[in-house]
Design a protein around this ligand. Structure first.
Ligand SMILES: Cc1cc2nc3c(=O)[nH]c(=O)nc-3n(C[C@H](O)[C@H](O)[C@H](O)COP(=O)(O)O)c2cc1C
Length: 176
């Protein structure tokens, strides 16, 4: 079936090389708006999105993430923008991971539809469960009691997107 939205969903790939140039403010806003319109449990909108373009904070996030991963490289692949997603802790909101994942998914698909590149980057759960992470969340102006869910690296893609892996044969079935 031919459809622009479907085509964008199927051609999005995780991008791991970015141009240095920062994305435009209106592009970032469109991505964040798309995230904020993700479906969410009980319509509670219990996710918080923080887009970071400040060099010092990006350097801090790179260090914190690399420490969890145990590497010296940049887990955000030198992307000029990092978008973090936070949510309530699962003991107070059982849908927190689902909600956050859909926000991240909406943002990645919107980014691709606009010609931007993105990649889900993990380890925010551990990064923001430390005194340093908690201070950072306070500095972001977030309410108390949240946890990191995940993030995306965001920027203009450098080079060609990777080919998708073939889909496994029994990915879905239709029962009539
Ligand atoms: C929950 C989750 C965590 C991921 N964590 C990382 C990560 O930390 N670093 C990374 O480079 N890619 C990460 N990815 C991207 C996956 O590797 C990627 O989506 C997968 O290989 C399929 O490739 P595609 O996105 O190009 O279709 C993550 C994806 C998901 C959904």
């Amino acid at each position: 079936m031919e459809n622009k939205a479907l085509e964008a969903l199927m051609t999005r790939r995780s991008i791991r090389q970015y141009k240095k140039e920062q994305i435009k403010d209106e592009e970032l806003k469109a991505v964040l708006d798309a995230g904020s319109y993700a479906p969410n449990g009980m319509g509670k909108q219990d996710s918080w999105i923080v887009a970071v373009q400040n060099k010092n904070i990006i350097d801090q996030l790179i260090r914190m993430n690399a420490e969890v991963l145990g590497v010296n490289s940049n887990p955000y692949y030198d992307a000029p923008t990092i978008v973090l997603v936070f949510g309530s802790k699962p003991d107070s909101w059982a849908n927190t991971y689902y909600d956050g994942a859909l926000v991240l998914g909406n943002m990645m698909n919107a980014a691709h539809a606009l010609g931007l590149g993105s990649c889900w980057i993990n380890r925010e759960i551990q990064m923001f469960d430390t005194p340093e992470g908690k201070t950072l969340m306070k500095n972001f102006g977030l309410p108390d009691g949240l946890m990191g869910i995940g993030s995306i690296a965001l920027g203009y893609p450098a080079g060609k997107a990777p080919e998708p892996k073939p889909r496994k044969k029994d990915y879905y079935r239709v029962i009539k």
